[in-house]
Design a protein around this ligand. Structure first.
Ligand SMILES: Nc1ncnc2c1ncn2[C@@H]1O[C@H](COP(=O)(O)OP(=O)(O)OP(=O)(O)O)[C@@H](O)[C@H]1O
Ligand SMILES: [Mg+2]
Length: 263
């Protein structure tokens, strides 16, 4: 087993963010993003052959960062790293504790955040199994989630809020289908659906940030469903799409006719 120093030296070669900013305050910033546990987790993903190099941050936020990474073949992926901070802990606790799939996880900050990452991974699996447009999950460990990179050679896909839509109603219909089928087929409600958590790739919306998504039997799942519908309708109304009334979408989601069974 390599020592921490050896591991760190290895990481320095493979994680671009560790190559620079090694003095004073800046180092401290790095230390925050990549604390020792996080570095070891990234190292684990590397020795598992899932990542070869961590390039640049696609996004930096209060609760974590998303990095552009590549494997040994140079194929890209997105690595979402959660900060194990008190504020992250506070926000995620309610969702983890309330989720029947994670009953019994409480207390310890790290344990709770690890459960959260596990939850985001599981939700991605569920959406993918239902063939809904989300990044394909690849792996997770501790506070790190590795998933399909949504973007192309020119860079990561933009958020819906920053896009000029060719056909707003078309995009709107796709997002509404995600809400309806998400509930009916994946038995999930996203819970934080907005123009910030939809990426546009080749004219198609791809939904991200599914950590808080909960199963449709969650005690207040319906409230979250209504909020998602409201947010999506508000945004697309501004963009001039033909918006369907909230109550109609809600009814379709909860009581819609099942399509003919194809099996
Ligand atoms: N799979 C992905 N491929 C490409 N870019 C991604 C991917 N996942 C996330 N991103 C980028 O990273 C940003 C933040 O990701 P996400 O919404 O999942 O995290 P978040 O918890 O909301 O973080 P923040 O609080 O910083 O918004 C996204 O808006 C998007 O630009
Ligand atoms: Mg987000």
């Amino acid at each position: 087993m390599p020592s921490y120093e050896e591991t760190y030296a290895y990481l320095e070669k493979h994680v671009d963010a560790l190559k620079t900013n090694k003095t004073g305050d800046e180092r401290q910033t790095d230390g925050e993003v990549f604390d020792k546990k996080t570095l070891m987790t990234i190292y684990g993903l590397m020795t598992d052959g899932l990542i070869d190099r961590v390039h640049y941050p696609i996004s930096t936020g209060k609760e974590g960062n998303v990095f552009y990474v590549t494997d040994e073949d140079g194929d890209p992926a997105a690595l979402k790293i959660f900060r194990t901070s008190t504020s992250t802990f506070k926000r995620v606790s309610q969702y983890v504790e309330g989720d029947p799939r994670f009953r019994g996880v409480r207390g310890n900050r790290w344990k709770m955040i690890y459960a959260w990452v596990n939850k985001e991974y599981k939700n991605l699996v569920r959406y993918c199994d239902a063939e809904l447009p989300v990044p394909e999950p690849i792996a997770f460990d501790n506070n790190c989630l590795l998933m399909e990179y949504i973007g192309d050679d020119s860079g990561p896909a933009p958020q819906l809020k920053d896009c000029v839509l060719e056909d707003p109603t078309d995009t709107y219909d796709e997002v509404v289908s995600f809400i309806v089928d998400g509930w009916r087929d994946a038995h999930l409600v996203h819970g934080d659906l907005s123009e910030y958590n939809v990426l546009m790739l080749d004219g198609q919306p791809i939904m991200i940030d599914v950590g808080q998504a909960m199963t449709s039997d969650f005690y207040n799942a319906k409230d979250y469903l209504e909020r998602d519908i409201r947010n999506v309708n508000r945004f697309f109304r501004q963009r001039g799409a033909d918006v369907i009334e909230d109550s109609v979408i809600l009814d379709e989601t909860l009581n819609g006719e099942d399509e003919e069974d194809e099996e």
